[in-house]
Design a protein around this ligand. Sequence first.
Ligand code: ARG
Length: 562
Amino acid sequence: MDYKQLVAAALAPALPDLTQDAILDKIEQPKTSKQGDLAFPTFTLAKTLHKAPQMIASDIVEKVDDSDFEKVVAMGPYVNFFFKKAAFAADILGQVLTNGGHFGDGKLGEQGQVPIDMSSPNIAKPISMGHLRSTVIGNSLANILSKLDYQPVKINHLGDWGTQFGKLITAYKMWGSEAEVKADPINNLLKYYVRFHKEDVDHPEMDDEAREWFKKLENGDEEATHLWSWFRSESLKAFKKIYQRLDIDFDSFKGEAFYNDKMQEVVDILEDKHLLQESQGAEVVDLSKYDLNPALIKKSDGATLYITRDLAAAIYRKRTYDFVQSLYVVGNEQTNHFKQLKAVLTEMGFDWADQIHHIPFGLITSGGKKLSTRSGRVILLDKVLDDAVTLAHEQIEAKNPDLPNKDEVADAVGIGAVVFHDLKNERMNSFDFNLEEVVRFEGETGPYVQYAHARAESILRKAGSPEIAATDQTLSDPAAWDTLKLLSEFPATVVRASTEYEPSVIAKYAIHLAKAFNKYYANTKILVEDDELNARLALVKSVSIVLKEALRLLGVKAPDEM
Ligand code: ARG
């Protein structure tokens, strides 16, 4: 139990009308340590209890179970709790040292499989910063959920189907070359596609041809299928290089094309339930009772659409994984799409539609401007990662030129910095990308947290890497108190990150813990031979364990030396 919950539990018998959460909400940190470690204000209860706050405070003190505390006293309108610091330290350090990286593991409500639709870039186009956000948020949610005993399934719903492939095939047949595509698939395929859009303005017959090719593709024509599958595999190869650098893997690469033969069933169910309406030759589902625009299921030429494929995918995932939740980590701009998806599934009679959660996120801008492939204002991910690693290299060279495995560490620091920066921002916040800021060793950055971890490891090395027993860590040092309290909060932090689908909760926690530890370390001599040396080392070891685990949950490495 963390220190706040301990107080809430002690208060509960004295406050039968309040829930545990309501009590937790009111508990505050007193201004000075003279007023104890935590306090419970009674002002808001005065009205309902028709008593003066001072009276309420002394009544509560009579009723609380104070056995876990050094003392519990009423001070004016507050109930103040003083912890048995040494015992608390022993308890929390014992838990961390015994469980190691498993400290904070837990179980929450209904367990089971949780598909996470994440990354999902489009074939023949570069991975955008938005896809990067989806990738790192999805990956972190998978780590967090799996720590809480869910079974996440990471699904890359590749954008590998749609009329644009008709255009791409047409363009390739006009101007493409095999050698070019092999050498640099993404950029050259994009080049053909962009040229198609320039030239079809004056040559509308190109659009007819593109429609023809997509028809052929849908019907399994050999040449069309061959080109499509080649574009797909070349693009996927390029994507996988980036995933490898991020050290992120997927359980499934079933993209939109996979659902090609599964959409008829969707249309059949919709027809059976009389949900399809004709609108200007197209087939739509009316969603006005949800206050949403109609969902366009089939175009007038019979072609199916993005949402039709998502309907088929949702049903497929329910059947395949029997999920307890199904997550879609996709930008904010698709909020309406996912509302429509849920509404249509509800109309179809699937009661599991409410297990579907869109996890939206804000935009990444550059110099305050929106990025877009069309306008050519793009941040190329590979280049960002290269530049981040180069900057990390420079800083390591300046700080620790004798470090043996510099390349490996620079990789962990540079790439970790980009991932951490993305995750420390609350997901709905848009933010501007500035590489220098991302890779700094100070401030609220990934390298700062990694550095605190490496510093803890270096202290342990200097101490001769002793075996630290998990029991009897009686640490009375007041400077250690903030760090200890934070350690005790880690399990509740993991839970909060999961219920809010918010990795930034973990990132912010890691920054706080690193800061508290740096402060402790700056004010306290750790490696002095006295009675509490072992306890201080236990604290250092515990900080190292929890920082490393927090970074792991974010998908960031923690080198032992940097
Ligand atoms: N490929 C889409 C895009 O880049 C994202 C797909 C998201 N996933 C989904 N099931 N719709 O915009």
